[in-house]
Write a protein that binds this ligand. Structure first.
Ligand SMILES: Nc1nc2c(ncn2[C@@H]2O[C@H](COP(=O)(O)OP(=O)(O)OP(=O)(O)O)[C@@H](O)[C@H]2O)c(=O)[nH]1
Length: 320
């Protein structure tokens, strides 16, 4: 006979069953390229948001979820606050992105504001200005590994305190696992006692279709470097699952890479189609790992001039 042993009444360590659960929403904000996606990945412990060296590659709101002990952290990653102005002025895309940031910040329990340690510019100030008054904000001084003179950090942190009443200051390097663990502990105290929103093992509430688009986009930007403007995007045209031969999963995915000019099309395709082939192969390999499936991936490139200015089209591409 199996018996479930009850914990001793005077158990010294509170367990996940006895301690109240905490759960809350956290927004990671900051100007482009400060390391928001890298931080989110470190906190969630899995590649959810896609990082790249290119600024402004995080366009969608991405939710990362970490469950540690009795607490569930639900991260809402916001797009890079757009300070770039094109020759045509602020585009519809930029306006949509800024609206997203403001609506996210209204909802969260805690704002994690990321800057590069020792630096604070106009772009950073513009993001900070979007935080509603009274919302607790942690200042993350990221890329600490790049700071040569640590002694200069203390006066800088003091000057930051004069700009805004930050709840706490956390200098760290998003690339270090220990730092991410320490940050989770700091964040925990700001989350309300309430039931978890998601299952314990959830890491993202984004669909596989969304993740497929993100993966292709990451390969596109990584393999084209700085040659391709950030207005290029990826649209998933087909996302079908069919029964595989040996009982495994088999997915058929077709995607279109949308660029603004003919010249950009050439960049994506490369000499004799070499680059497009590589984007496809690398994306497929990673998607097969991510979905634990055999993947058939078809990629197309199309030119849609001025798509970033077209509100209706933006909507159909999923940027609301
Ligand atoms: N040395 C160092 N580099 C970092 C650190 N954190 C992030 N980076 C690098 O900074 C670059 C930008 O990082 P991302 O995480 O993509 O930045 P982001 O803020 O999400 O950028 P957007 O998507 O443009 O908003 C990448 O090349 C990262 O590898 C860090 O702690 N130390």
């Amino acid at each position: 006979m199996t018996d479930t042993a009850a914990p001793p009444p005077d158990s010294p360590e509170p367990t996940a069953d006895t301690e109240p659960r905490r759960c809350g929403l956290i927004a990671i904000v900051g100007r482009p390229n400060v390391g928001k996606s890298t931080l989110l990945n470190a906190l969630v412990g899995q590649k959810v948001s896609i990082t790249s060296r290119k600024a402004q590659t995080t366009r969608h709101r991405i939710t990362g979820i970490a469950t540690e002990g009795t607490t569930q952290f639900v991260f809402v990653d916001t797009p890079g606050f757009q300070t770039r102005h094109t020759s045509r002025g602020t585009t519809a895309l930029n306006r949509a992105l800024n609206k997203t940031v403001q609506s996210v910040l209204g909802d969260v329990d805690l704002v994690v504001f990321v800057v590069e340690a020792g630096r604070f510019g106009l772009d950073d100030a513009k993001v900070l200005a979007l935080v509603p008054p009274g919302k607790p904000v942690l200042l993350i001084a990221n890329k600490l590994d790049l700071v040569q003179r640590r002694a200069e950090l203390a006066p800088w942190l003091k000057s930051m305190g004069e700009r805004h009443a930050f709840a706490e200051y956390v200098p760290l390097s998003s690339k270090r696992e220990d730092d991410a663990k320490r940050l989770l502990k700091v964040i925990e105290a700001y989350l309300p006692e309430q039931p978890w929103y998601y299952d314990e093992d959830a890491v993202s509430d984004r669909s596989e279709k969304f993740l497929a688009g993100e993966m292709i986009r990451e390969k596109l930007f990584r393999l084209t470097g700085d040659e391709l403007p950030y207005t290029s995007t990826v649209v998933i045209e087909k996302f079908d699952e069919e029964p595989g031969h040996s009982g495994g999963r088999f997915m058929k995915i077709a995607a279109t890479i949308i660029v603004e000019r003919d010249g950009h099309k050439g960049i994506v395709i490369g000499d004799g189609g070499e680059r497009l082939k590589r984007i496809g192969t690398e994306a497929r390999t990673e998607l097969e790992k991510l979905f634990d499936a055999k993947v058939f991936l078809e990629l197309w490139v199309k030119v849609r001039s001025g798509w970033a200015d077209d509100e209706a089209r933006l909507k159909s591409y999923g940027y609301e």
